[in-house]
Design a protein around this ligand. Structure first.
Ligand code: NAI
Length: 794
């Protein structure tokens, strides 16, 4: 024991361990063995696997590896319970969510200790971050349940939801998943990660106490095989997954064409940018919270430090000094900064990546005084410098307490380095210059930007990624939409079958000698372009007669169109007012040639009243022009000193495969909302009736639409859709031509680069109906939310 005098001299911390008596007693009372929680009943334990304490390697309990039959029972229980849960009404559900929130607060310490025992994260974090956020999530969503009829009118719950979470925030991820699903009126089959299921078991007991009806929450434990069974189950209407990008991809492939709604929250390699005028000491503290919070096992960890060259050495010296003071040890000790890693498997993975950096000649700094306990799974705080931007440690998600630092000279270079990743989850910007911060924030391709702060979360502020960090948002209003479906979608008619064979038939001999000249070209970069393959295809009218030829676009044409769309990036930066004006102007110029367009539609489709489609197209252009400058974001006021600005940003370049029916209205209904919010598009028009699209070139040319914003490639929908879905520089693909297999293929192929997709499947849409072809649901497909956290006030 040191004397008081010695303690005052060294100012060293004494141990301050949190007691585990209650948590251990809770485990003992359950014989340290758990079955599955289905229909508010605990099943007999089955095949068991161990859950261990990563801080000492000792077994805590055993859990059941659920079988396919168990998953079946859980889905059936959820299905049975769903109508009753929905029927309880918003207020009924709000009361139960509120009861859960209260009970979580009441048992917060038990939950916190159990989480620390099971996961290895420090008690400081479970007690001060995880648990308060969990309670807040249930309170907040009790509120949405209460206001649902008013605020989400015209929507219904999705139905039965499958939810799979990782081990880094076991209880918090549970709350992020279950609270909005329940609020919206869904029932769930939930799977915790196999390393960390214990707090989910305790949560099941809370559900019973809170009066959650049987079958509303079902919890099945086990490894990835249980996850796979949930993903494949036909009775699941929506999947919500958080975890590795690799498994996210598998889930995208497995669900392609199934019609299941999907949200994926995947990996990250988030930049932490420090400008020369930043408060460097504050930035060091921010960095500690960003990369050493939860041992760096955080999807949005600031794992790439980008520091301005002029302050690099000063900043790194401060950082190393701070690292020397970080305390690693028993996570139950309240004065520890760094706890244990979840499992030795993760330790090996991290050590392997750090070794590879050493072998490549990087400098690896680890505090000399950092003692690693003999048992358990640990890794010291680590700083790597001298890594190239292409090195594995600079690109891969390390998911450990390892920071990779590099420098930049100008803000432009900082943005370029920040975006040099396949991910796009989060980012931090540190500067005392608010103009600089607000200039840089929109340029970073990430779902969250924290200005002069780090790792802030709140139930009111949506969280989720760009690019390969996944899609969908958790939290906020946008998070609720993930668990709802517009009722108008239920009323969708079956897509009319449009014979493509006519388009493919050999041209009938035409009596018209000039027919040969009527070959519509492609439209790329604002110019008409001959198809690369120099092939054409014939277009026949409803009466089977030859009307004209269109270019047969191929892979190369799509490549040129994508390139042109990328060059038209100025459209995304244009003001919404400007975009609205262009859309109105297109409508005006279309109206001026209305008769011609109607005649063409009549000739191609045989429609009795083709004027109706032209009029509806003009109105649809007005509709999206009206929305262009009204699709505003939100300013959230989370419980911190600041505001969070939620911006609706364009996705980028969208590939659009248009419906066959309503060749003009269908195209306008998809292209107009996409460009209204700033996207650029590569459009594959109706394969059967492509001439309404090719007729639009002149309308576009006279409407101030910048070249490259809309590019049109005619040809085989299947072939071109395939090319769009596999193109690395396309951010999203929409397919609405009524081909179920084609839509499934697009979804499957999109998995490689995790593109967003919006497909209509075989079900059609009434393109005349604003309820089905308009509204925020369409805009949500065309945009992604970026949350910018800005300190504000005192
Ligand atoms: P993982 O993605 O394999 O596991 C996450 C969850 O998915 C677990 O519940 C697991 O049982 C389940 N799962 C696994 N295979 C599945 C499948 N085929 N179908 C359905 N569900 C399946 O992540 P893991 O193996 O635990 O960690 C590996 C790496 O993934 C980490 O080192 C880290 O880089 C990354 N990761 C990223 C997370 C994030 O939040 N971004 C969270 C966890 C891991």
């Amino acid at each position: 024991m040191p004397t008081i005098n010695e303690i005052l001299k060294t100012m060293d911390y004494g141990p301050a361990p949190e007691g585990t008596k209650e948590a251990q007693a809770w485990l003992e009372q359950r014989s340290r063995t758990f079955g599955l929680f289905i229909d508010n009943t605990w099943s007999e334990p089955g095949e068991l696997f161990a859950s261990t304490n990563p801080a000492d390697g000792k077994q805590l309990a055993e859990l059941t590896q659920a079988t396919t039959d168990d998953v079946e029972r859980a889905v059936q229980a959820a299905r049975r319970a769903q109508p009753g849960w929905q029927g309880l009404g918003g207020h009924g559900r709000a009361r139960i969510l509120y009861a859960i929130a209260r009970l979580m607060q009441k048992h917060a310490r038990l939950f916190a200790v159990l989480e620390t025992l099971d996961n290895g994260k420090t008690i400081r974090e479970t007690r001060d971050a995880d648990l308060p956020l969990v309670a807040r999530h249930f309170y907040y969503h009790a509120g949405w349940a209460q206001l649902q009829d008013e605020e989400f009118a015209g929507h219904r719950p999705v139905g039965v939801v499958g939810q799979i979470v990782p081990w880094n925030f076991p209880l918090l991820m549970l709350a992020w998943k279950i609270a909005p699903a329940l609020a919206a009126g869904n029932t769930v089959v939930f799977k915790p990660a196999e390393f960390t299921s214990l707090t989910a078991m305790l949560f099941a007991e809370i559900c019973v106490q809170a009066g959650v009806p049987a079958g509303v929450v079902n919890i099945v434990t086990g490894d990835g095989r249980v996850g796979e069974a949930i993903v494949k189950h036909e009775g699941i209407d929506k999947l919500a997954f958080t975890g590795s990008t690799e498994v996210g991809r598998l889930i995208r492939e497995a669900t392609a064409g199934s019609g299941k709604k999907l949200s994926l929250e995947l990996g990250g390699k988030s930049p932490f940018i420090v400008f020369e005028d930043a408060d460097l000491d504050a930035a060091v503290e921010g960095l500690v919270d960003s990369i050493w919070f939860n041992q760096g096992q955080v999807c949005c960890a600031g794992s790439r430090l980008l520091v301005q060259e002029s302050v690099e050495q000063r900043f790194l010296a401060k950082l190393r000094a701070r690292m020397d003071n970080l305390r690693l040890g028993s996570p139950l000790d309240k004065s520890m900064d760094i706890g244990a890693l979840v499992d030795p498997v993760q330790r090996q993975r991290i050590a392997g990546l750090v070794d590879s950096a050493r072998a490549e000649g990087c400098t690896v700094y680890q505090p000399a005084g950092c003692e690693i306990p003999a048992d358990g799974s640990w890794f010291p705080p680590t700083l790597i410098t001298g890594a190239s931007t292409a090195a594995a440690v600079s690109q891969a998600e390390i998911f450990g307490p390892v920071l990779v630092a590099m420098s930049f000279r100008t803000p432009a270079e900082a943005v370029q380095l920040a975006n040099n990743t396949v991910y796009g989850l989060a980012s931090c910007v540190w500067t005392e210059n608010i103009s600089l911060a607000l200039d840089v924030a929109p340029q970073i391709k990430a779902g969250v930007v924290w200005i002069n702060t780090a790792n802030q979360f709140d139930a009111a502020c949506g969280f989720g990624g760009y690019r390969e960090s996944g899609y969908g948002r958790e939290g906020g209003r946008e998070g609720m939409y993930e668990y709802l479906v517009p009722v108008s979608e239920d009323a969708r008619p079956a897509a009319p079958v449009v014979e493509k064979s006519k388009a493919k038939a050999a041209p009938a001999a035409s009596a018209d000698p000039f027919a040969i000249d009527r070959t519509a070209k492609l439209y790329i970069g604002g110019k008409q372009a001959r198809p690369d393959g120099a092939y054409s295809r014939a277009v026949h009218g409803a009466d089977g007669k030859f009307i004209a030829e269109v270019g047969e676009g191929n892979r190369k044409d799509i490549r040129n169109a994508v390139e042109a769309a990328h060059k038209a990036a100025g459209w995304t930066k244009a003001t919404a007012h400007n975009r609205a004006q262009v859309l109105y102007y297109i409508a005006e110029n279309l109206a001026a040639r209305g008769e011609e367009f109607a005649a063409r539609i009549g000739a191609m489709t045989g429609a009795k009243n083709p004027e109706k489609e032209v009029q509806a197209s003009i109105e649809r252009l007005f509709y999206w022009a009206a929305w262009a400058d009204k699709y505003d974001g939100l300013a959230h006021q989370p419980p911190m000193h600041g505001i969070t600005v939620a911006l609706n940003e364009a996705i980028g370049v969208i590939g659009v495969v248009c419906p066959n029916e309503n060749p003009l209205l269908g195209l306008i209904s998809l292209v107009a909302p996409a460009i209204a919010v700033g996207n650029r598009v590569v459009v594959v028009p109706s394969e059967a009736h492509p001439l309404s699209a090719t007729d639009l070139y002149q309308v576009f040319d006279t409407s101030d639409l910048p070249g490259g914003v809309v590019n049109i490639v005619t040809g085989s929908a299947d072939e071109l859709a395939r090319t769009l879905a596999t193109h690395a520089d396309i951010d999203a693909v929409w397919r609405h031509d009524g081909s179920a297999e084609g839509c499934a293929e697009v979804e499957r192929l999109s998995a490689a680069s995790l593109k967003r997709t919006w497909t209509g499947g075989a079900k059609g849409r009434d393109w005349y109906s604003t309820a089905q072809a308009g509204g925020r649901a369409v805009l949500a497909h065309a945009s992604q939310v970026k949350n910018i956290w800005i300190p504000y006030g005192v």
